[in-house]
Design a binder for this molecule. Sequence first.
Ligand code: URA
Length: 302
Amino acid sequence: MTTIDPTPAAAISALATWYMEWGVETATTDTPADWYAAAAAARERLLRDRPRAAGDAPASRGGPAPVRGAALRDGRAPAPAVPRADPAAVDPLSPEGAAALARSHAGAAQSLAELEQAIRAFEGCALKATASNTVFADGNPEADLMLVGEAPGAEEDRRGLPFVGQSGRLLDRMLKAIGRDRSSVYITNVLPWRPPGNRTPTPVEIAACLPFALRHIALVRPKLVVAVGGVSAKALLDRPEGITRLRGRSATLDLPGLAGPLPVFATFHPAYLLRQPAQKRLAWGDWLRIAEILEKQSSPVP
Ligand code: URA
């Protein structure tokens, strides 16, 4: 029979253990928050702000700004708008509806600023309700190398920047080894919001956020995308295999608005390498290969 220790310290410790076992390991506010009410309000906004018919602009600040056609790189035309799905055809509270809404809003974004605005206004992913920040990107949007990770962790959620925690520090060291830093790479994640307790994002959450990540890539138009970790590799490449099969192989991504297929290279997530240091040898080979691909792309054709 379980005996209950009545001393306050033991009770607090038991409560903390219980929270930890349920994955509650971060205090997000000083005062208790009613997340059910926050989620209900988000659903209300989602219903209110969704486009009413194919091609309609969202009714309020819930959607992206109208297309302005700002150029992203010197001398380069903006990526054309992606044909918009009909979000009115599906229930916006269903997983398919959230993904359709995301495709519609992401496809309308013509610049990174518009995309960021659309993501911040998006209510179709429940992770937003428990995250402290929307983590959009870091680094140089003009860079030829774009890294796409999984989702923000605790530190990223606090600071609103991708890969600034422990795995970010290892990523920075790996980048340095190939002569890069955040001024010469651009970094984002498949999901802009932290899954509570750093759990793996669900397929529904990934489907709701992926259209934004794909549009992000199309707007940046790097020469090479590195999918960092299994979640990113599977989502970007739309493959069922794990990272041990996908890593180290060249693949391509066809995105609306781009002239041709974009090379994608998958490698291990630094968080995995921190847990499995023996795999760093393979990762080192991956980063050398990444440097080689970029070098080949930038050398003039004889
Ligand atoms: N892991 C990720 O995949 N992305 C981050 O930004 C941080 C940790």
